[in-house]
Design a protein around this ligand. Structure first.
Ligand code: NAG
Ligand code: NAG
Length: 432
């Protein structure tokens, strides 16, 4: 998802200063010793087309909140992190996808090439600890193709400033040897980061569900797909060489590339989508990629279409990718972003209920047959008082009771698959 530039430099006004003074007294348990209070957790693994944890299949009902590390940096906004995890736990959500990078933007983790801000790393440490307290796991994204809080374009900019001669394209991120080594340096730094609250290195922390190499990678300057394919192979292998515990995924949107059969190509939202240098099947087959991902944005793909057309289309989109997971890839397929924009001409809040329900039904159907549809992650949830971080997809769960109920219902029925039918009677952590 594209993040508007407005939110990169939030203005901290007088009101926030008052909140700052108040909140810094409200959050004293940062000094709490987490080493003795960490709830037990195991790593999520994979067996064929399913995620596994503690010997049972694990289906994801999750949400995106890209902003957690950012909000955890400063005292006035840090309580939003806990609030978000608590709200999610009340809906039974189990996985949060969030950004574990910020290259050179406001509150940057990587201030300049290879220079990391300890203060921001401590914020990420805090996010991980708060997730674990609520028994929630994190899908951590490591860079972005889009101009957001760093990622591809920032690395290329740094390379220019470093005097490296490059082609003018931002796609040199994917093939320039110096840039690849800059990115590997960041990968190594984050994978071996020792959490200052728990003493656990990130690579050894089961709170992390998986690593995602990049949000929505595209490499339009090489439509054959070879450049991106090599980058994914190289980077995923590198992550695995340092971290043997965690699953790795790419961050794909799911478009079919030029090598796909015609019946698959015709499922792309338009012909143009096969020219982005990505290829869902080919990319996802790489052996160091454990599971794959698909995004769902019919508003952006088919602008003038009515809701029921969109719903019909995305149903085919989802079923096709689940089939790929089962037949071609033998890997789980995670629908890691989906959303319906409130900027649609005829938008009504009830449209989201209908649209999201249709996605959850397909995931549930796949899950109840032990299929490859591994779960869905909504874009996006926000905490109260952070409208400047919202886009046309986000909402505060308690302000949308029907969606709150819908998300919870999905958690409940997936949990019954995971734990068995008498789950409630054995004392579930939230009421179903
Ligand atoms: C993986 O799945 C196969 C087939 O369903 C099963 O026989 C095997 O025991 C599973 N392995 C583990 C480690 O769960
Ligand atoms: C690379 O990205 C930067 C930042 O978004 C942009 O200003 C620039 O035009 C891009 N370069 C090319 C060649 O597209």
């Amino acid at each position: 998802m594209f993040l508007g530039n407005g939110l990169l430099y939030p203005i901290i006004g007088f009101a926030s200063c008052v909140a700052f003074i108040y909140m810094s007294f409200g959050d004293l348990d940062l000094s709490f010793d987490y080493r003795f209070s960490e709830p037990k957790m195991s790593f999520v693994g994979r067996n064929g087309t399913q995620f596994f944890v503690d010997g049972r299949a694990f289906y994801v009902n999750g949400w995106n909140s890209w902003w957690l590390m950012d909000q955890a940096v400063e005292d006035f906004s840090r309580p939003r992190v806990r609030e978000m995890f608590q709200a999610a736990a009340r809906m039974g959500l189990t996985v949060c996808r969030t950004w574990a990078f910020n290259d050179g933007a406001y509150n940057a983790l990587q201030l300049s090439l290879g220079q990391f801000d300890e203060r921001v790393f401590q914020a990420l440490d805090y996010v991980i600890v708060e997730a674990r307290r609520q028994q929630i796991r994190l899908l951590l994204s490591l860079s972005d193709d889009l101009p957001s809080v760093g990622g591809k374009r920032q690395y290329v900019k740094w390379a220019w400033e470093d005097g490296i001669s490059l082609s003018s394209s931002n796609d040199s991120f994917f093939f320039d040897p110096s840039i690849k080594s800059y990115f590997k340096n960041y990968l190594k730094t984050i994978l071996t980061r020792k959490n200052h609250l728990t003493g656990i290195e990130y690579r050894d922390d089961p709170t992390i569900f998986a690593w995602e190499l990049m949000n929505e990678p595209r490499c339009t300057t090489d439509q054959s797909g070879d450049t991106l394919q090599e980058w994914i192979e190289d980077m995923s292998k590198y992550v695995k060489s340092i971290d043997r515990n965690h699953l790795v995924t790419i961050g794909l949107e799911g478009f079919y590339g030029p090598r796909s059969p015609p019946e698959k190509l015709s499922l792309n939202p338009g012909e143009w989508f096969s020219t982005l240098g990505t290829d869902f099947i080919r990319n996802s087959k790489i052996s160091t990629i454990d599971f794959t991902s698909v995004h769902i944005y019919p508003d952006q793909w088919m602008i003038e279409t009515e809701l029921d057309e969109k719903t019909k289309y995305i149903s085919k989109w989802i079923i096709s990718h689940i089939e790929d997971g089962e037949r071609e890839l033998k890997k789980p397929v995670l629908f890691s972003e989906f959303g319906l924009s409130n900027k649609n001409k005829k938008f009504d809040h009830s449209h989201r209920d209908i649209f999201y329900q249709s996605i959850y039904d397909l995931i549930y159907k796949s899950a109840s047959k032990n299929g490859a549809g591994a779960g869905a992650i909504i874009w996006q949830l926000i905490a109260e008082g952070m409208e400047e971080y919202n886009d046309d997809f986000g909402f505060v769960p308690k302000e949308r009771p029907s969606l709150f109920r819908l998300l919870k219902k999905q958690s409940c029925r997936l949990a019954r698959i995971h734990y068995g039918k008498d789950w409630e009677r054995r004392g579930s952590p939230y009421s179903c």
